[in-house]
Design a protein around this ligand. Structure first.
Ligand code: TNX
Length: 522
């Protein structure tokens, strides 16, 4: 029976929606006596689940099966069971017990997240909660379910990053991309080059009135960076939740903070300050062997922190004025037998890509890396639209779709004039939810190159964590459903109904969000 006392199916607020659910009869009652049974490999997930289900309770945990017939939640890992894939699972809730089955710990973890979402939200004081009998079979639509955060424009404290990791995991997202460097700030400690954070992580205040849109500036100095230890903590916290942290070191453009720290790596070789205004700045790395070595040295430290196979090297918005105006760079283009600056960028990134490959990693870049010839083995993030992704997939390169039209969460989420100032664009919840990741024009072989999608939250206009969360939620949850749920199961009104029930959970996590009721009226 549900809340209304009828025998209709309960509306469960499971987000993203599982591939299939069938309801049984009766309920499982969760009490302080419930056992959690795991094996060695799933023991940590069991511990986590115990803490999540009944915080502070005496819920008992066993490694391997106990002899008693006490009601139990069993985590059953079977690496030889081919039906689940790398991340899928089956979850069975019956009166006598609950079983989570998967071939991998990731699958068990996602089953546990689903189970958690089958509990009513609200008080954690309840000592007896009931979970409706059901059989769920579930697996993600895509292997890349990502979110990019931009701590370069406004630094995001480590505690907030950890909070995001929890919320990404709650929605079965598995990639956190950190945009660690930009014109306005360098945010990762590099031991060989201490000036990068000493100088590059700090910027002066913007002189209000000098900027194009002075409302977009708070007139305050700003700074911050993550130490390598802090980044290691972030990486391992994420790994425990089956999330890969993908670092981005942007090149050859968006390099002003690096050039401010070490003018000799710039084209002009002249001092410049860390940028204090937004927009596209002209400072590029000098395409010399010395500068490539500087970047390889930086990448060595990056690779030692981040085990991710994918390493993002930016490649976006590198306006080529400085390369065009420099006789030395023009001579370099000739010497390398290249046609123009676009080909030089492609050559430059190919050098970096080859280095990453020699270390067993893969280069990832924004769609501008298609210009001048896509470097061998590169994976493309298509942000200016889906066209770059289409071209890359047609050239047999892997693609992550991140079009600004649908999944840029720094864009406005409603028409309400009271919305905080945003950088522009209009991407309401329904539009993000309707995003179709796989373009029809691709052949079935080309479609296999679409790894998934990602939302990006640039922070030029987002100075606080409260504001960051408000921009992210609930649109990130819509994207989570786009990349997890089979296309045929996607239904916006059903999503909104579940989302309304899910909101108290976001509140329990102390997350700021725009309520769905206000967003769907538009
Ligand atoms: C474009 S997306 C950028 C960012 C800005 C963003 C603002 C991309 C690869 N480059 O540098 O922050 O627009 O929406």
């Amino acid at each position: 029976m549900n809340d209304q006392g009828t025998l209709t199916q309960p509306v469960l607020a499971i987000l993203p929606r599982p591939a299939s659910i069938s309801y049984g009869s009766g309920n499982f009652s969760l009490t302080h006596e419930t056992l959690i049974i795991t094996n060695q490999e799933t023991a940590n997930i069991g511990k986590w689940l115990a803490g999540e289900l009944l915080p502070g309770s005496t819920l008992q945990m066993f490694i391997d099966k106990p002899s008693s017939n006490q009601p139990a939640i069993s985590l059953h890992l079977d690496p030889n069971d081919g039906q689940f894939g790398q991340e899928g699972y089956a979850l069975t809730v019956a009166e006598e017990g609950i079983e989570l089955r998967a071939a991998t710990p990731a699958g068990i973890f996602y089953a546990a997240q689903t189970l958690k979402q089958m509990l009513p939200t609200g008080s954690t004081e309840n000592s007896s909660w009931s979970i409706p009998a059901a059989a769920i079979n579930d697996a993600p639509r895509f292997p890349w379910r990502g979110c990019m955060l931009d701590p370069a424009r406004h630094f995001i404290p480590k505690a907030e990053i950890l909070k995001y990791i929890d919320i990404l995991a709650l929605h079965k997202m598995n990639v956190l991309h950190l945009h660690l460097t930009d014109d306005q700030g360098w945010r990762i400690e590099i031991k060989q080059y201490p000036e990068l954070t000493k100088v590059g992580s700090q910027r002066k205040e913007t002189i209000i009135g000098h900027a194009r849109n002075s409302n977009a500036y708070d007139g305050k100095p700003h700074g911050g960076f993550y130490t390598q230890d802090e980044l290691r903590e972030i990486v391992s916290y994420a790994a425990e939740r089956f999330i890969t942290v993908v670092p981005e070191i942007d090149m050859p453009g968006h390099a002003q903070a690096a050039v401010a720290s070490y003018p000799e790596v710039g084209v002009l070789q002249e001092p410049v300050e860390v940028a204090t205004t937004w927009g596209i700045h002209p400072y590029l790395y000098n395409p010399t062997e010395e500068v490539l070595q500087f970047l390889r040295n930086i990448l060595d430290e990056v690779l030692a922190i981040f085990p991710s196979i994918y390493i993002h090297v930016g490649g976006d918005e590198a306006r080529k004025d400085q390369w065009q105006a420099s006789p030395a760079v023009q001579a370099r283009i000739k010497e390398l037998g290249l046609k123009d600056e676009d080909e030089l960028q492609s050559w430059f990134l190919s050098q970096i890509g080859a280095y990453l490959e020699s270390k067993g990693r893969r280069m990832l870049g924004w769609d501008e890396i298609l210009e001048g010839g896509l470097p061998a083995g590169a994976t493309v993030m298509s942000w200016r639209g889906i066209e770059g992704g289409i071209a890359a997939a047609q050239a047999h390169h892997d693609v992550v779709m991140t079009p600004q039209s649908h999944v840029y969460l720094d864009h406005y989420q409603s028409n309400d004039p009271a919305e905080p100032l945003a950088i522009g664009g209009y991407s309401p919840l329904g539009k993000t939810y309707a995003f179709e990741t796989v373009p029809d024009v691709l052949t079935s072989d080309q479609k296999k190159h679409i790894l998934g999608a990602q939302c990006n939250i640039w922070t030029e206009y987002i100075p606080s964590v409260e504001h960051l969360e408000y921009m992210t939620f609930p649109r990130l949850i819509a994207l989570a459903e786009v990349v997890w749920t089979p296309e045929a199961q996607r239904d916006f009104s059903d999503f909104c109904q579940r989302l309304a029930l899910h909101e108290p959970r976001l509140t329990e996590h102390n997350i700021r969000f725009r309520p769905v009721a206000t967003l769907t009226q538009e």
